[in-house]
Design a protein around this ligand. Sequence first.
Ligand code: MF3
Ligand code: CO
Ligand code: CO
Length: 265
Amino acid sequence: MRLMEYAAKGYEVPRMDMIKTPEQIAGIREAGRLNTEVLDAVEKAIHTGMTTDEIDQIVYHYTVDHGGIPACLNYEGFPKSVCTSVNDVICHGIPDPKQVLKSGDIVNVDATTIYKGYVGDASRMFMIGNVSAERKNLVGVTRECLHRGMLAARGWVNTLGDIGAAIQAFAHKHGYSVVREFGGHGVGLSMHEDPFVSHVGRRGTGMLLVPGMVITIEPMINQGHPDLYIDSLDEWTVRTVDGKASAQWEHTLLITEGEPEILSC
Ligand code: MF3
Ligand code: CO
Ligand code: CO
């Protein structure tokens, strides 16, 4: 079959279990749709003066009321149903009843939903009140980084390195840096599956993308230096070392012969 021909040509090809069956894809599509609705519910309600814990409550209740399970809750000890990452927090921020959103904040809300055994994963940025032009630009460029990554993710054409190269080039062109320690991932039957999807890379390197793979692309783009640390108090919150802002957008994507199909956004 086609996979073996590419392997014989020297491509690194995905394992068979990284290619989903039509039945699995249908299930992931449903889980992805519910996950998108969860973020829509957050988008409707988010406002200045709200706490990040209130975002968590919206995610928990919307998910459970619609027959889903918030995948983050108790995942490796994570205490909440969603990640809320404000300003210099790169990812894995923990919702907190004492954390009030104020004008000028940028916040990433990252939801992962299990529905009928399948998983969807996506995140969006929200701008609270009056956000500076610099931060608005960071959020916009990061969104475009995800889009550029998607355009470099055609099955039988691109490799994982093409996704990273496209994102890295666009971020650097705008004077931003790309987080390397965290990346996208296979998803669908569980939250984190192979392969790791780096947001930096070299064109033509790494695993060939094949229709039927389901992956996330979720670039974390920093205004300043790429260096990060994990908060020692909660052992989850990932922050920029220089204290400058970071942004992230994430979709769950089905690799096809053309542009990837968005399964959750
Ligand atoms: N949603 C995240 C991702 O994009 C992972 C969540 S970490 C958790 O991979 F601890 F909150 F579950
Ligand atoms: Co996510
Ligand atoms: Co993810």
